[in-house]
Design a protein around this ligand. Sequence first.
Ligand SMILES: NC(=O)c1ccc[n+]([C@@H]2O[C@H](COP(=O)([O-])OP(=O)(O)OC[C@H]3O[C@@H](n4cnc5c(N)ncnc54)[C@H](OP(=O)(O)O)[C@@H]3O)[C@@H](O)[C@H]2O)c1
Length: 303
Amino acid sequence: MDIRLESIKFLVTGSTGLVGRQVVKDLVEKNHEVYSCYHQEKPDTGIPVHLDLADYELLTKILQKTKPDVILHLGAMTNVDLCESQPELAMKINSKSTEILVKESAKLKSFFVYVSTDYIFDGKKGMKKESDTPQPLCVYGKTKLEGENAVMNMASSWCIARTSTPFGIHPTKKSFPLWVVENLQNNKKIEVVNDQYTSPTYVPNLSQMLIELGTRQMLGVIHLAGKTRISRYDLALLMTEKLNLNSQLISPTSMESFSWKAKRPRDSSLDVSKANSTLNEKPLSIEESLNSFINDIKSTNKS
Ligand SMILES: NC(=O)c1ccc[n+]([C@@H]2O[C@H](COP(=O)([O-])OP(=O)(O)OC[C@H]3O[C@@H](n4cnc5c(N)ncnc54)[C@H](OP(=O)(O)O)[C@@H]3O)[C@@H](O)[C@H]2O)c1
């Protein structure tokens, strides 16, 4: 069932994050009412609401007070290695808080959108479909999967949107393609893994797809990511081609050369054919995404 409303009351968690910031900006531009939930730093768009995902009483109170039509739950402990060293905190922030939010949203009959991750898969084989079985390798993936399970078991109407390596412009978070550009422009050598594959997702594209899910109240699990499966190394080379940078400064390396605390999936690319066939906002290819991202970099540098 497609439900289209003029102005919808949204509540967004993680509204200052890489993805959340864009989502709130886009929702406000579409004239929706937006409760912009933040933890440490006050957001510059939407109606700011302080929220700590570890404070369950506060979560309940905020939902009861705001009574949103749609909850976009993006807030999470996203540092994969930190999750590995602090599993209890990760469980609290990523899983238990989701359970609390979902329970309350069912009482309010709010539509619940949970943003999940490609890291719920083991990465042995990529281009995972929504129906494939999750098998997380690390605490981050496990805690996000617990969050998914809470949504499936407790929400009355819900959607789980899994994404992969989002990139975009943010005042404090440096996305991988921008890191590549800045190093090469400064003539610095970089090492980039060539044996780990994902589906890099351009944040403005992800934001529009998430908003469409929320406004149309589309049910079920869906993969919202970029259309292209690519390694970081090949992505870095693409940036050098597009900006005429020196590709000799990039050395390929393997995942084994990093002593990460958390185990990462080798191929966590996502099959986005469901999103492609059901959404009006289609997942972009890496070419389309990088072209837009380069324009964003140029306009940020100008202003
Ligand atoms: N980044 C990725 O590579 C990736 C890949 C796949 C899926 N995802 C999923 O996509 C979603 C958005 O990710 P993102 O990249 O935008 O993450 P992000 O930039 O790390 O933002 C996370 C947000 O969560 C908030 N948060 C963290 N702890 C909190 C707490 N205790 N109470 C309230 N808010 C808290 C942060 O606020 P403060 O900074 O103020 O604490 C921040 O606004 C997440 O659910 C993530 O699991 C991310």
